[in-house]
Design a binder for this molecule. Structure first.
Ligand SMILES: Nc1ncnc2c1ncn2[C@@H]1O[C@H](COP(=O)(O)OP(=O)(O)OP(=O)(O)O)[C@@H](O)[C@H]1O
Ligand SMILES: [Mg+2]
Length: 233
């Protein structure tokens, strides 16, 4: 199995070298736990260090947060955009209430095909629900999206908003079953941490590890373990 490196120092060694190629990985957590930075770093690393084209689709954040992150982390995305190694799109959920979920999936898949992207980030999948009149559709729509991306050999990170509690895996309780991998990000001030809850086809690490965010982006301390009991409810 081919592995796709995450670009997060300390993470790949916990998951046998990287994400399984063509898999979809859910990155779940509460507000401010680092989901967007995680996704952007994954794409920046792929484009810059591996020459792997990536697409970032944001459904919620103004471009100001992306811009702040780029500047602080000194990630020069513009040359990568010019070389078709990185494309950033902001989808406006409110514009698309009449558009069917099927059309939205097609829109995403078309963006991937346009630059033959190997990597995709959808930030966040939770905002998808703007597009559904009925939230029970989440499961079938997400299933369809994940299957189509798999056929394109695109390795995808779907960020997912939760209430941030340690036992909460996803927003609707279905996304985590559909994804091939699940990474939980925790932030119980002042401590940040990360836990690989599942990674199909992988003998992954089973411990919680400290996570830090500084001017170089996100990194994981794979040698240090955080006790489950040390994480608050
Ligand atoms: N240069 C930096 N150094 C240290 N910490 C930083 C830096 N840049 C951002 N952060 C921290 O990262 C947090 C935001 O991370 P990010 O935007 O990825 O979170 P998120 O999980 O996507 O949040 P949301 O749920 O609001 O979308 C900030 O609240 C801040 O605490
Ligand atoms: Mg975010």
């Amino acid at each position: 199995m081919n592995r796709i490196s995450s670009g997060i120092p300390g993470l790949d060694e916990l998951i046998e070298g990287g994400f399984p190629e063509s898999s979809s990985i859910l990155v779940s957590g509460g507000s401010g736990c680092g989901k967007s930075i995680f996704g952007l770093q994954y794409l920046y690393h792929g484009a810059k260090d591996k020459g792997e084209p990536g697409v970032y689709i944001t459904l919620e954040e103004g471009s100001h947060n992306l811009w702040w992150n780029m500047q602080r982390f000194k990630w020069d995305l513009l040359p990568l955009e010019k070389d078709n190694l990185l494309k950033i799109y902001k989808f406006e959920p409110s514009d698309n209430l009449e558009t069917s979920a099927k059309d939205q999936i097609k829109r995403i898949v078309d963006k991937v095909k346009e630059i033959n992207a190997k990597r995709l980030v959808i930030d966040s999948i939770s905002a998808f629900t703007f597009w559904f009149s009925d939230s029970s559709k989440v499961r079938s729509v997400l299933y369809s999206l994940i299957e189509q991306l798999r056929e394109l050999d695109c390795t995808t990170i779907l960020t997912c908003e939760t209430n941030g509690k340690k036992d909460t895996l996803s927003m609707f309780g279905v996304e985590d079953f559909l994804a091939d991998g699940l990474i939980l990000l925790y932030f119980f001030p002042p401590n940040r941490s990360m836990f690989v809850r599942k990674m199909r086809g992988t003998n992954h690490d089973k411990s919680i590890h400290p996570l830090s965010i500084n001017d170089n982006g996100i990194s994981i301390n794979s040698r240090e373990v955080v006790l489950w009991e040390a994480i608050k409810d």
